[in-house]
Design a binder for this molecule. Structure first.
Ligand SMILES: [Mg+2]
Ligand SMILES: [Zn+2]
Length: 185
């Protein structure tokens, strides 16, 4: 029986790119991020974005703004022969009490319904311990913390927000994380 595909569930802001941590509209890929996504594509690992965008519920940006941005990023990936397999977004605020806001695993459960995914051998890659590494544990994947974005703070001043959890690996950035997954030196 097939165990399913391996997936990398990747956070967006602080992991694949930077500038405004809260605002997606000025997001830009880090210089190494497209190569990281392409390596996943070339090695048959699903590249799935999992992102919290509560600014949509708050009315700060619209769903259309978000979709437009994702479309732009997808075009930039395509220019280099890379692609996201899926982009999943939670648009809710905590007050909405949804089941998809990280660190809740609802978006990964959606991905599993659509793709045959071997969660145990899959990964969450992110910069925020309390969202991304806790998500990994809640979904039953491995968790990789990156040192871009708020990664360093996740290990120091914000360590208490996820103190009962540990990352399986700590990577400099998303490219090093992907190379660790693929065992490339
Ligand atoms: Mg992040
Ligand atoms: Zn949600």
């Amino acid at each position: 029986m097939s165990k399913g595909k391996i997936a990398a569930f990747i956070d967006l802001q602080g992991t694949l790119g930077g500038t405004g941590i809260d605002d997606i509209t000025d997001f830009e890929f880090y210089p190494f991020s497209i190569e990281a996504v392409k390596l996943l594509n070339e090695n048959g690992i699903l590249a799935i974005v999992i992102t919290n965008q509560s600014n949509i519920s708050r009315g700060i940006i619209s769903q259309r703004d978000f979709d437009y941005k994702i479309n732009m990023l997808s075009n930039q990936l395509a220019d280099r022969g890379a692609y996201f397999d899926e982009v999943y977004c939670c648009s809710h605020t905590r007050e909405d009490c949804c089941s998809c806001k990280k660190p809740l695993p609802g978006l990964i459960e959606d991905a599993v319904k659509k793709h045959d995914i071997d969660l145990k051998n899959s990964y969450v890659i992110g910069d925020m311990g309390m969202n991304d590494i806790v998500l990994a544990r809640n979904a039953g994947t491995k968790g990789i913390l990156v040192m871009t974005g708020v990664g360093k703070g996740s290990l120091s001043e914000y360590r208490h927000t996820w103190q009962e959890y540990d990352a399986d690996y700590i990577a400099e950035d998303v490219l090093e994380a992907v190379k660790w997954i693929l065992d490339i030196k």
